[in-house]
Design a protein around this ligand. Structure first.
Ligand code: BDR
Ligand code: CA
Length: 317
C-alpha cells in the first residue's frame, strides 16, 4: 500500500494520546517523526509520554524529538494539570520506551524531514505552534517543502476555552500561531467550532476498556481523568475530541460538510482578544460562493459522530 509521510507536533496530553493512537491505527500513514512542545505539560514530559505511548502501541521505531520548552514571547507557565493530570496522561503510568529521544530539536526534525520528503510531508500540530514557528524561522522555504499543515487550534465562531475568545493551543503562544497562519502554506484549522461538538461518552470508554488490549486499557484509564474535568461542563462524564478529530481530518475517516477557505489572522496583542483566531467568515452571507483564494481551510462541521469513528478505529489496535 502506498503510504504518506506525516510529522506530528504535540503536547501529550490525553486527547493527544487518542490522536497518536488514531494515527498508528490508520492505514497509509507513515509517521516519520514526532515533536513535542510545552502546552499541557512541559515539552520534555510530553516527549516522554509520546515515546512511551508509541512503544505501547508497538511503534518504538517512530523517532521523537523534544521541542521548545518556552513560548516565543514568554516562559512556559506549568500547563494544564487540572485537565490532563500532573504527568499529562491522567496519572496513568506507562512502561518506559527503550528508544531514546532524538538529540535534534523538534523544529530541526521538522525541517530535516521536510527536505527529505520534499513536497510530500504532511504536518499535524495538536499543541501550541512554537515548534512550527521555530521551524519556519530555521527554514524560510519550509512552506514550499511541505505538502500541507493541519492544526487543532483556534475557534472561528464558537467561544474560546481559556478566554472568551481564545483556544488553548493558540492562546499559549499567539505569536507562534500568528506566524503559522501567515506563512505561505496550506493550513487546515480544526478548532473548537467542530471539536466541542464531537465527544467520547462513557459507552465509548467502556468499549475501549472491554477490548482488553494494553493500549485500549491505558487510554480508557486516561479518559477517566479527562471525563472528570469535562463532567461539570457537559453535565455527564464525557470529553471533547479535539486532537484526534484534527488528525482524522488530515488522514481520513471523516467527511467535511462545512470547511470554507477564508483568511485567518491571530490576535497577538496584549488586549482581551489575545489568542483569538479571527476568521473572515463574511462569505457566510453568500453561502461561501465567494471563497477567497489563499486563506486557511476552516473546518466548521463534519458528517459523522466522531466518537463512533474514533472508537471503531481504536478497536483495530
Ligand atoms: C487543545 O488544548 C489541549 O489541552 C488539548 O490537548 C488540545 O490540543 C484544546 O484546546
Ligand atoms: Ca494537544
Amino acid at each position: 500500500m502506498e503510504t504518506t509521510p506525516y510529522f506530528l507536533d504535540c503536547d501529550t496530553g490525553i486527547d493527544d494520546s487518542l490522536a497518536i493512537a488514531y494515527l498508528v491505527a490508520s492505514p497509509g500513514v507513515d509517521l516519520v517523526g514526532v515533536g513535542a512542545v510545552s502546552g499541557n505539560l512541559a515539552a520534555a514530559g510530553g516527549a516522554r509520554n509520546t515515546s512511551d505511548l508509541l512503544n505501547l502501541l508497538g511503534r518504538p521505531d517512530v523517532p521523537v524529538a523534544v521541542g521548545a520548552h518556552d513560548f516565543l514571547s514568554h516562559a512556559f507557565d506549568g500547563g494544564a494539570p487540572h485537565v490532563h493530570g500532573r504527568n499529562g496522561i491522567g496519572e496513568v503510568e506507562l512502561a518506559a520506551s527503550p528508544t531514546p529521544l532524538r538529540e535534534e530539536s523538534a523544529a530541526e526534525m521538522l525541517v530535516r524531514l521536510a527536505r527529505e520528503h520534499e513536497g510530500r510531508l504532511r504536518v499535524l500540530a495538536i499543541g501550541p505552534f512554537t515548534n512550527l514557528a521555530l521551524a519556519l524561522r530555521l527554514e524560510p522555504d519550509l512552506p514550499r517543502l511541505v505538502r500541507d499543515v493541519t492544526v487543532m487550534g483556534g475557534t472561528a465562531m464558537a467561544p474560546g476555552n481559556v478566554s472568551p475568545v481564545a483556544e488553548a493551543n493558540v492562546a499559549n503562544d499567539p505569536e507562534a500561531a500568528a506566524e503559522v497562519f501567515a506563512a505561505a502554506w496550506d493550513v487546515t484549522m480544526v478548532g473548537l467550532d467542530v471539536t466541542m461538538q464531537h465527544r467520547f461518552e462513557e459507552r465509548h470508554r467502556e468499549a475501549l476498556l472491554a477490548a482488553g488490549t494494553p493500549a485500549g486499557t491505558a487510554l480508557a484509564r486516561m479518559l477517566e481523568y479527562y471525563f472528570a474535568f469535562y463532567a461539570p461542563i457537559f453535565g455527564r462524564p464525557s470529553a471533547a475530541l479535539h486532537d484526534p478529530l484534527a488528525v482524522a481530518v488530515a488522514v481520513g475517516g471523516v467527511t467535511l460538510t462545512s470547511a470554507p477557505r477564508v483568511p485567518v489572522v491571530v490576535d497577538a496583542t496584549d488586549g482581551p482578544g489575545r489568542g483569538q483566531t479571527i476568521a473572515d467568515l463574511r462569505a457566510l452571507y453568500t453561502d461561501f460562493a465567494e471563497e477567497r483564494r489563499g486563506g486557511s481551510r476552516v473546518v466548521l462541521a463534519i458528517e459523522e459522530d466522531f466518537g463512533d469513528v474514533l472508537l471503531e478505529r481504536l478497536l483495530t489496535l
